[in-house]
Design a binder for this molecule. Structure first.
Ligand code: ATP
Ligand code: MG
Ligand code: MG
Ligand code: MG
Length: 482
């Protein structure tokens, strides 16, 4: 089965259960100061859960473009190293806004996985919330009872608050969740070891594929829980992981979702992808992954830049460039050549990329071209610093990290990555201090320059000069005294 068929079967299944199929929201979030990028299917429905808006349909399903590279969900470091965390991924989801609840949600997820997709029941595990007396959170007896109707009891595992209780924030809708994991270990290995306590953290081939969240409480300001007047279901299943399971692969990258661009990268570089942990193979995976994040985000209107969401994209792009430059021996812009391959592949699902493929390609080319001008000297600089460091100094000092950033365009996480490969760390505090000093210098310069234009008031006042978005979830309002 192809990834397209698998995606379509999910949507068809929930359509047959009375769900309205809706389009993915853009990956770039423009009107929510608490979030830069969509990181879960539920983001676009937040107002329904908060009761600020009434939904047009009480049951919906979709595939949502998600990006998890900053803030609470940051999977960037795992990408290419493990085989199932991506920066950009599709989250398949079904929702009930005050309509069906645990009984149906659990029965349908079981039906879809075992009857439609035909995953053997003895390869599945599920979890439910075990409760947390300290926090006064009750055990999710209801989910446990529902699961018992479908799956053997020893495959229903209790989970703690961290994994099995979902909260939107300090206050607001929250509730227990129930995750589904697939055991993809080879039969021989499974027989050898009783897998009772295995969930995804224990083995790279036992992976979480689906999360079912049951919103049933409202967390009040005093910390207490009140029942929600309308109870909701919010689920998310990673398409790439599902496809990997159904196509019988041991890595998401071996599926048809990624092999097209991996083959194209082979042609462009002359290297062959072997699916191992070697540096060139990691590079293949990082490129195949980062290309998607960059392309879909630009197509949704976020250009790379030096601040906020734009800088997140620039960082990812530069990270990909460094991977092909160093490990695939590619010294000329390469990513932009892959944009049409990706656009073609997703033309029927996310046509916005195909429609703007030329533009996206041009933007990516410019970015690569610019960074490649300083990359070589930057790499030489950091390597010289590491070579000169005594055995006691395994840290890139703040001044050097800032120089790499300022002169060679190295985002801090790239410096960290290169340093880390050689067993070094980076003095991030020192970097921040250097950055602050530079900001002070440029502010002083700006104030000097615009001195003639400053309007003087009798009493000092604060004027609002804009938002500064720090990574993902934090919003800082900046004021300047005039
Ligand atoms: P994990 O524990 O593997 O990091 P998660 O618990 O953070 O996953 P959820 O927030 O529950 O993930 O998201 C719902 C589903 O989305 C997951 O069950 C998984 O299938 C998928 N998913 C989450 N993060 C990623 C990612 N970075 N890349 C690909 N799929 C993902
Ligand atoms: Mg995660
Ligand atoms: Mg998890
Ligand atoms: Mg989860």
């Amino acid at each position: 089965m192809t990834a397209s068929e698998i995606r379509q079967q999910f949507l068809d299944f929930f359509a047959s259960k009375g769900h309205q199929i809706v389009p993915s929201a853009p990956i770039v979030v423009k009107n929510d100061p608490t979030l830069l990028f969509t990181n879960a299917g539920m983001n676009q429905f937040k107002d329904y859960f908060l009761g600020n808006k009434a939904p047009a349909h009480s049951r919906v399903a979709d595939t949502q473009k998600c990006l998890r590279v900053s803030g609470k969900h940051n999977d960037l470091e795992e990408v290419g190293i493990d085989t199932y965390h991506h920066t950009m991924f599709e989250m398949l989801g079904n929702w009930s806004f005050g309509d069906y609840f645990k009984q149906e949600a659990i029965a349908w997820s079981w039906e879809l996985l075992t009857k439609v997709y035909k995953i053997p029941a003895d390869r599945l595990y599920v979890t439910f919330f075990e409760g947390d007396p300290k926090e006064n959170l009750p055990r999710d007896e209801e989910a446990y009872t529902c699961w018992k109707q479908h799956i053997a009891e020893d495959r229903i595992l209790p989970g703690n608050k961290k994994d099995n209780f979902w909260e939107m924030g300090d206050t607001g809708p929250c509730g227990p969740c129930s995750e589904i994991h697939v055991d993809c270990r080879p039969d021989a290995e499974r027989q050898q070891q009783d897998g009772r306590s295995l969930v995804n953290a224990d083995h790279p081939q036992v992976i979480e594929i689906w999360n079912n969240v049951f919103m049933q409480f409202n967390r009040l300001k005093d910390g207490s829980l009140a029942p929600l007047p309308a109870r909701h279901v919010d689920t998310g299943m990673g398409l790439e992981r599902l496809v990997r399971v159904l196509q019988g692969k041991t890595s998401n990258y071996d599926t048809d979702l990624f092999m097209g661009t991996i083959h194209a990268t082979e042609k462009l570089t002359g290297f062959t992808y072997g699916g191992t942990d070697s540096k060139p193979d990691v590079a293949f995976r990082v490129i195949a992954d980062h290309l998607r994040a960059i392309s879909f985000t630009i197509a949704d209107g976020q250009l790379p830049s030096n601040t906020g969401a734009g800088y997140v994209i620039r960082r990812i792009l530069r990270r990909a460039v460094r991977y092909y430059y160093t490990f695939l021996d590619a010294k000329k812009p390469l990513l932009h050549e892959l944009v049409p391959v990706l656009a073609q592949q997703f033309a029927h699902v996310f046509p916005e990329l195909q429609q703007q493929a030329d533009f996206v390609k041009k933007v990516v080319f410019e970015e690569e071209h610019n960074f490649l001008r300083t990359l070589e000297s930057g790499i030489r600089r950091i390597e010289d610093v590491m070579a000169a460091a005594g055995p006691q100094t395994r840290t890139i000092d703040g001044k050097t990290a800032f120089e790499l950033y300022d002169t060679y365009g190295f985002p801090l996480d790239l410096t960290y990555l290169i340093a880390h490969e050689k067993g070094f760390t980076v003095d991030e505090k020192g970097f921040d201090a250097e950055m602050q000093q530079q900001k002070n210098r440029s502010r002083a310069a700006t104030e000097l320059d615009t001195g003639d234009w400053t309007v003087l008031h009798d009493t000092p006042a604060n004027i609002f000069i804009g938002y500064e978005l720090l990574e993902n979830t934090t919003q800082v309002t900046k004021y300047r005294k005039i």
